[in-house]
Design a protein. Structure first.
Length: 160
């Protein structure tokens, strides 16, 4: 009886099946990850950069001091990641907040959901986007939500 060729064939077949199963499994995981990372055109502009707050302007386009209580918390560095998460630090690099982010499909608003280290939601903030380009990101905040005549534009540039 020729057992060696049969054993070799069984071994080759089982090895091929194992590699095929692994390849199919990996392809499904990669496809799933690709779907999860689908960004709209505005979100795509934001990723792979460090954005630094450069100034705040009032409704009259006048500079507002970064220590002004209405804008101070908005100054810092921000990194937006393709997986929908973000990290923000103070201008001197101290951790400020982290969580999830997204832009509306039309690019008119950004939503951030800040989370603690356990992943628990601290707050969600939606801001009106004013400028979204590869060089500048500006959003508008309103000190009083019911008064749209008074606002501050928070301007960010890509850190060089």
């Amino acid at each position: 009886m020729k057992l060696k060729p049969i054993v070799a064939a069984v071994f080759a077949l089982s090895t091929m099946m194992a590699f095929t199963a692994q390849a199919n499994s990996t392809a499904k995981v990669e496809a799933s990850a690709a779907v999860a990372k689908k960004l709209n055109a505005y979100e795509d502009i934001m990723v792979d950069k460090i954005w630094v707050t450069t100034e705040a302007l009032d409704q009259d386009k006048k500079n507002v001091d970064p220590t002004n209580e209405n804008v101070a918390n908005f100054f810092g560095l921000a990194e937006y990641y393709p997986d929908g998460t973000f990290k923000m630090t103070t201008l001197d690099g101290k951790p400020k907040m982290q969580g999830d982010w997204s832009f509306s499909d039309d690019g008119k608003s950004r939503s951030i959901t800040a989370k603690n280290d356990k992943g628990e939601v601290l707050f969600t903030r939606v801001v009106e986007n004013v400028t979204v380009t590869p060089e500048e990101y500006t959003y508008r905040i309103y000190p009083a939500q019911d008064d749209k005549t008074k606002y501050f534009d928070i301007v960010h540039q890509v850190k060089k």
